[in-house]
Each structure stands twice: as structure tokens, then as C-alpha cells.
Design a protein around this ligand. Structure first.
Ligand code: B12
Ligand code: SF4
Length: 543
């Protein structure tokens, strides 16, 4: 096999000039898989140039112009950026590959712009691509392993790619760690509901943790497990076996059901500093927060629980999804404001209800009901657009509420109350920084703009009502600005997508769709198990 010049690009963000929070945090939000692919490519004898794009780099400077093969890892919000880059590098002779959440959620769209689009990825799939490395145009090849990989390269092997990425982080440096994939439960709104739970070897985990200790005196670990804590005792034992007390700090997405007082004691002992449970809604998804209560009852219960967590873990982010079908009227938003009052130490993160292509079985229901809007991928990050029409609100009423609850959460009063309610210095500082940066003030400004446009710009209103699919200038200009000179490389048709492609794939049978249905849409039937814990309907809001 000839020695290939390979580029690997991890798109942590979709545009340059990140906010203050982005500058501090983006290098800490890098993905693990591009690093794993880098190791596999090197093991196969190729030259690898690895770039983690945090919004601060000049992408065209960083990537060599004479690549044979370019791997891009992208979330859906970076899809348009990835399509433009693929077109540019193809014009220079490279073969291009897309992997990551966008490839898993929208393979039908991505194959139009890449030579390979990859779902579940293991070493074998990467070796196949390296061996073939040829153009597949106009429609790329969709490849996917039958399951998630059983192993990925160790942290030590990946360090060569992690180290330069963390070097870009000015203050806090978070080492990404993964102990398992998938989930044993089957919540229909979740990308993992159809993916079997599989822990990696606990010996590997111990080795990875021991390795980090050789690199940092007091490292911070960011767990990427879709469902951290399914095997709580095994994880704690792995940490306790190799990490002397006080030497390591951890951040994990977790769920209230996991965070019982005995578990919290053990988490504190082992250095857990930040925890991100999903509350989602006061009416839907009671399973996620392990409560059958709803309304004010649930607010009180969750609030007590959150305040108890804060006695053990200094930082807590509570994830909410707004616009769920179970919500109607003022009450859900008023209840959230009550929660802010009752749990002043929690940092609230709001996600607009979003359906990411074939991510979750429930998306089929929205597609069947004709409730999806074709917002360009660039806006699908749970904040910049909501692509599911709310069931019980008009858009104006809905955005009135979103603006109101966001203003309330990041008012100076709420920011000030959060300071004494969090115990230590870094959490206090994080809460203030996040509130005054893109996640607080930035969101208030953005949602307020959308609310105004609903009154003043007929094209926005018509688009959101589903009366037209012509993209309003407001959105078009934003993409143009954010992609900058790369906009000219966005291929024809690259702004649009079919929001109902997943539903169509269940009735049509093209080769891509058959494979995608088998691999990414699920390998097993839902098992009607009561979900015990939950992570991801409200995606993590660190990014
Ligand atoms: C950990 C996590 C995070 C972490 C780390 C993110 C990161 N850089 O990886 C943080 C907290 C930073 C984060 C942030 C966000 N997240 Co997040 N996150 C997850 C979570 C829980 C696990 C992802 C993971 O790492 N899994 C482990 C890897 C190994 O498995 P995998 O992702 O399935 O990847 C497989 C394949 O896709 C493939 N693959 C993955 N990457 C690549 C790259 C290449 C080149 C190739 C070839 C293959 C490949 O190989 C893997 C093995 O088969 C998922 C939910 C889930 N269960 O998937 C949501 C999820 C990925 N996040 C989501 C979202 C929306 C976000 C945010 C936009 C939230 C926000 N508003 O800020 C941001 C976006 C950040 C960004 N980079 O753009 C969505 C993505 C939907 C989409 N299509 O874009 C998900 C699916 C949750 C959901 N709502 O359904 N997230
Ligand atoms: S929401 Fe949580 S418990 Fe439910 S399937 Fe997803 S990861 Fe598992």
C-alpha cells in the first residue's frame, strides 16, 4: 500500500471567533474518535496531520494542500463547514471521509458531498478506507461496522494528538476519556436507545487513568461515555485502584437517578467536581430524573436533590429541553423559574427540542406528523434553531417564554445568587463566565432577535410556519458570515436537506438506506425497560 498523506480534522466548532467561553473551553471539547483514527492511520504506515478546529485556527493554513485523504469528524452544526471543506480538498485531489454525529444522523445527505461516509467505525472500517482510498462520486460510499467498536487505542497511543489540542487551552485543561459505548435502556428520544451497552476493558481504563497521572499533577478528566455510571461500582473501583485520593478531578454527565447520597459520597471521594444531569421537562421524561411526579411536585423534589448534590459536588449543570410535547401554557416556564429560585447554585442549560435526522426512533413520529422544518444543519445545535414545530405553542408565544426564562436565569440577580450557592472558586468563576458569555447573555440576545424577526420579517415567520422552504436572508447571511471565504466552496444544494429522509428510508430501499437502517438506526428491538438513568436527550451544554 502506498504511503498516504492523511489529514484528520476534528470540528469542535462551526465558525471562527469563538466567544470568551469558547476560547477557554473549545480545546477541552475535542472528540476521541478522530484521535483513534489518527493512531490507526499511523499504525498502517501513513503520514498524519491532525488538526482540532477550535475556532482560533486558520483551517487552510493548518491543513497541507496536497493531502491524499482527509477525514473530517463533524457534528451536524458543522455539516456545512465540512461540506465546503470536502469540496475544496477534493478540488485539490484529495479523497474525503466524513464521520461523527452528522454522519450517523444524516448519512443520506452526507454521501452527496463525501467519498465515504462512516457510521460505527472500527479499525477494520478504517483499514478498508485506507486500502481503497478512491473517489466515489457523485454519491459516496456509506460504510458502517455492525456495532460500536470493542476497543479503541489507549490514551497513551492517542496522546500525540491530545497533547497539542490541550496546549491550545489557555487555563483549564480537560483530558477526554471513554469507558463505554451505548446504553442498556431504550428511551425513544435518545441516539443510544438502539445501541447495545458495552464497556471497554476495565484494565484499559485503569491504564489510561494511570497514564494521565504521568502527564498532569492534578488532571481533570472529562468523561464522554454516553451513559456514565451504568456500572458505577466497576468505574469507581477502576479509579480507586490507580488514582491516589486527591490526585484527579472528574466531570461527567450523569442523571439524578444515579446520584443517590451514597454514590455522591463515593464520587466526592474520587474527585468528581462537576456533574451534568438531565431534568428535561417538568412534565415529560419523568423516567430520566427517576420521578413519577410532575409539575411543582417535581420541581420541589428535583430542587432538593440538586441542592443535596451541591453539598458533595461543587459544580452542577442542569439540562432542560424546551418545547417538549408534554408542555403547554405558561406553567412549564414558570416552574423552571421557581427551580432557579429554589436551586440558585445550579447552572441551567436549555436546549430547544431538536430532531437530528435518524438519531432517535422518536424522530420518525415528528416526521410522520409533518412537524419538521428544513433549517440548514448549521443552525442545528439545540440553540440556533428549533427544527420541530412545537405542539402546544405558537412560535411567538414559545419564543416569548424562551426569552423570558433565559433572561430570568441569567439576570444579574440570578448570577449573583449563584456565587454564594457554589462552594469553591473555579465553579463560581465558571458560572459567571458562562452567564456573561455565549451561553447566558449570548443566548438572550440571539433568542430576542428571533422573537423580533417573527414580528418584523415575514420571510422568517413563513419559514417557521412551514409555509415556504425559501431560507430567510437572516439565516443565509449568518451562514455566509460564519463560513467566510469557505462559503464559496459550499457545493450546490449543500444548504438544503430533506428533513424527512429517515422516514422515507423506512419505506424506500436504496442500498445506502438498507445498510443505514441496519446499522445506525438500530441493531435490536426496543426492550420495554424502565430507564434507570439518562444522559442525552438534553445534550451536554459545555460546547
Ligand atoms: C460526549 C458528548 C459530548 C461532549 C464531547 C463531544 C465530542 N467532541 O465528542 C461535549 C460535552 C463536548 C458535547 C458537546 C455537544 N454535543 Co454532544 N454528545 C456527546 C455524547 C453523549 C457522546 C458522544 C461520544 O463521544 N461518543 C463516543 C464515540 C466514540 O461514539 P460515537 O459518537 O457514537 O462515534 C462513533 C461514530 O460516529 C464514529 N465517529 C465518531 N467521530 C468520528 C470521526 C471520524 C473522522 C470518523 C471517520 C468516525 C467517527 O466512530 C464512533 C465509533 O463507532 C453524544 C450522545 C451519544 N450517545 O452519542 C452527544 C451528541 C453527540 N451531542 C450532541 C450535541 C447536539 C452536542 C452540542 C451541539 C450541544 C450544545 N448545544 O452545545 C455540542 C456540540 C459540540 C461539537 N463538537 O460540535 C448530539 C449530536 C447531534 C448531531 N447530529 O449533531 C448528540 C448525538 C446527543 C443528542 N442530542 O442526540 N457532546
Ligand atoms: S436517555 Fe440515557 S438511559 Fe435512556 S437510552 Fe439514552 S443514554 Fe440510555
Amino acid at each position: 500500500m502506498r504511503r498516504l498523506r492523511i489529514g484528520i480534522l476534528d470540528l469542535v466548532t462551526k465558525s471562527p471567533n469563538p466567544s470568551l467561553y469558547g476560547r477557554v473551553m473549545n480545546p477541552n471539547l475535542a472528540s476521541i474518535m478522530p484521535q483513534a483514527i489518527g493512531v490507526w492511520c499511523q499504525q498502517a504506515g501513513h503520514d498524519v496531520r491532525f488538526v482540532c478546529y477550535t475556532g482560533m485556527e486558520d483551517l487552510l493554513e493548518e491543513l497541507p494542500s496536497d493531502l491524499d485523504l482527509l477525514f473530517i469528524g463533524a457534528f451536524t452544526q458543522s455539516a456545512q463547514l465540512s461540506y465546503a471543506l470536502s469540496a475544496l480538498f477534493r478540488s485539490r485531489g484529495a479523497v474525503t471521509v466524513l464521520g461523527g454525529p452528522h454522519a450517523r444522523c444524516y448519512p443520506e445527505d452526507a454521501v452527496k458531498y463525501f467519498d465515504y461516509v462512516v457510521g460505527f467505525t472500527d479499525k477494520k472500517i478504517v483499514d478498508e478506507i485506507l486500502a481503497d482510498c478512491s473517489q466515489h462520486r457523485p454519491i459516496g460510499q456509506f460504510l458502517s461496522a455492525a456495532n460500536q467498536p470493542n476497543e479503541i487505542p489507549s490514551l497513551q497511543e492517542r496522546w500525540t494528538f491530545i497533547q497539542p489540542t490541550l496546549a491550545k487551552a489557555p487555563t483549564i485543561k480537560i483530558v477526554p476519556m471513554l469507558g463505554s459505548l451505548g446504553c442498556p435502556y431504550t428511551c425513544s428520544f435518545c441516539i443510544d436507545s438502539t445501541v447495545d451497552y458495552q464497556p471497554f476493558s476495565f484494565q484499559q481504563l485503569r491504564d489510561d487513568l494511570a497514564f494521565v497521572l504521568t502527564k498532569f499533577k492534578n488532571p481533570i478528566i472529562g468523561w464522554h461515555d454516553p451513559n456514565f455510571g451504568v456500572r458505577f461500582d466497576d468505574y469507581m473501583e477502576a479509579i480507586e485502584a490507580v488514582v491516589p485520593q486527591g490526585r484527579m478531578r472528574h466531570i461527567a454527565e450523569s442523571s439524578l437517578s444515579l446520584l443517590s447520597e451514597p454514590h455522591l459520597k463515593r464520587l466526592r471521594q474520587n474527585g468528581f467536581q462537576a456533574i451534568l444531569p438531565g431534568i428535561e421537562s417538568w412534565y415529560d421524561l419523568g423516567n430520566k430524573s427517576k420521578t413519577s411526579r410532575t409539575g411543582m411536585d417535581k420541581v420541589r423534589q428535583v430542587s432538593d436533590h440538586v441542592n443535596m448534590i451541591l453539598r458533595y459536588i461543587p459544580y452542577i449543570q442542569t439540562n432542560f429541553v424546551v418545547g417538549m410535547d408534554g408542555d403547554s401554557g405558561d406553567e412549564p416556564f414558570e416552574l423552571t423559574k421557581k427551580f432557579i429560585d429554589l436551586s440558585p447554585g445550579a447552572f441551567p442549560a436549555y436546549s430547544l427540542l431538536s430532531a437530528f435526522g435518524r438519531a432517535a426512533p422518536m424522530n420518525l413520529d415528528y416526521q410522520r406528523a409533518g412537524r419538521l422544518l428544513p433549517f440548514p444543519f448549521h443552525f442545528l445545535n439545540n440553540n440556533h434553531a428549533m427544527n420541530v414545530k412545537p405542539l402546544n405553542y405558537s412560535w411567538t408565544k414559545f419564543y416569548d417564554h424562551v426569552v423570558d426564562v433565559t433572561r430570568y436565569s441569567f439576570s444579574w440577580k440570578a448570577i449573583a445568587r449563584r456565587i454564594p450557592a457554589t462552594p469553591t472558586a473555579i465553579p463560581k468563576w465558571m458560572n459567571v463566565m458562562r452567564a456573561i458569555s455565549s451561553e447566558g447573555f449570548g443566548r438572550i440576545k440571539y433568542h430576542t432577535t428571533i422573537r423580533k424577526l417573527l414580528d418584523t420579517d415575514k420571510s422568517v415567520r413563513a419559514y417557521m410556519e412551514g409555509e415556504t422552504t425559501v431560507l430567510p436572508e437572516f439565516y443565509l447571511n449568518r451562514i455566509k458570515n460564519e463560513l467566510g471565504s469557505l462559503y464559496q466552496w459550499l457545493p450546490e444544494g449543500g444548504l438544503e436537506h430533506d428533513p424527512n429522509a429517515y422516514l422515507k428510508s423506512t419505506t424506500e430501499s436504496t442500498p445506502l438506506v438498507k445498510m443505514a437502517a441496519k446499522t445506525t438506526a438500530g441493531t435490536r428491538q426496543p426492550k420495554h425497560i424502565e430507564p434507570l438513568m439518562a444522559m442525552e436527550a438534553a445534550p451536554p451544554q459545555l460546547g
